[in-house]
Design a protein around this ligand. Structure first.
Ligand code: ADP
Ligand code: MG
Length: 241
């Protein structure tokens, strides 16, 4: 098992955002998180990446408790890539520098090694010729693919994708989804929050429906999306399709 969240509780003031949430992800598995806006998808991903602390419960990565106060967040983040809806590329840095910034500055990897690895990834995703370009010279789809490469350059055990196509023009969504599908083909373990039910159906091994900070229902995409058990899942799907 790569990821195991057990009874994770997260509150903001008296608002319970993750309500004893339990979710595990196996190696090479792709889990799609679906659920209404505000159900806790982004918060869960941020907790897994230790961007925000939890109030109770545990999160294990490869059997190691990363929510242990003694765990080093930088070391944990080296093993977990997270990509947000907005690409967050630094506008004043080239594509290559955007990708190598964290490995070199935070994780103290040799510059040449980080650059070589970044170039390998850019070649794999067909963006090698953009390495020296600044983000504003790239399409939104290309920028988001660069942001995904930036999350992959440390060869993470787990990739977290938070609505990575939501900010894109419709005609640019496909290239990002294709990239994610290719990553699945290479065996990448992923958790992705998405509104794209068609894509969740295609790429996910399992769909988990979040409702008010809990996993209300999970299972194979055909089951959860096609024949959900819970009334709230049916209501959600009826509203978005
Ligand atoms: P989703 O990604 O499923 O739309 P979020 O995880 O973003 O849901 O949000 C879940 C709930 O937590 C929302 O009600 C949101 O307002 C609240 N929330 C998220 N981040 C914060 C924060 N930093 N401070 C206070 N409330 C927050
Ligand atoms: Mg969100």
């Amino acid at each position: 098992m790569v990821l195991s969240c057990v009874d994770v509780r997260k509150t903001f003031g008296d608002h319970v955002v993750l309500d004893d949430l339990t979710l595990s992800v196996d190696e090479h598995e792709v889990v799609a998180l679906i659920g209404a806006s505000g159900s806790g998808k982004s918060t869960l991903l941020r907790c897994v990446n230790l961007l925000t602390g939890i109030d109770d419960g545990t999160i294990h990565l490869d059997g190691e408790e990363i929510t242990d106060p003694r765990a080093d967040p930088d070391r944990v983040r080296q093993r977990i890539g997270l990509v947000f809806q907005s690409y967050n590329l630094f506008p004043h840095m080239t594509v290559l520098d955007n990708i190598t910034l964290a490995p070199v500055r935070v994780h103290r990897r040799p510059v040449a090694e980080a650059r070589a690895q970044a170039m390998q990834w850019l070649e794999r995703v067909g963006l090698a010729d953009r390495a020296g370009a600044y983000p504003d010279r790239l399409s939104g789809g290309q920028q988001q693919r660069v942001a995904i490469v930036r999350a992959l350059v440390n060869n993470p055990r787990l990739l977290l994708l938070d609505e990575v196509t939501s900010a894109l023009d419709p005609e640019l969504v496909g290239e990002v989804l294709t990239m994610i599908r290719d990553l699945k083909g290479e065996g990448m373990t992923m958790v992705l929050a998405t509104h794209e039910m068609g894509f969740a159906k295609q790429v996910a091994d399992r769909v988990a429906f979040l409702d008010a900070g809990r996993v209300l229902e999970q299972g194979p995409p055909e089951q959860v999306l096609g024949d959900p058990v819970e009334a709230r899942t049916r209501q959600f799907l009826a509203r978005i399709i």
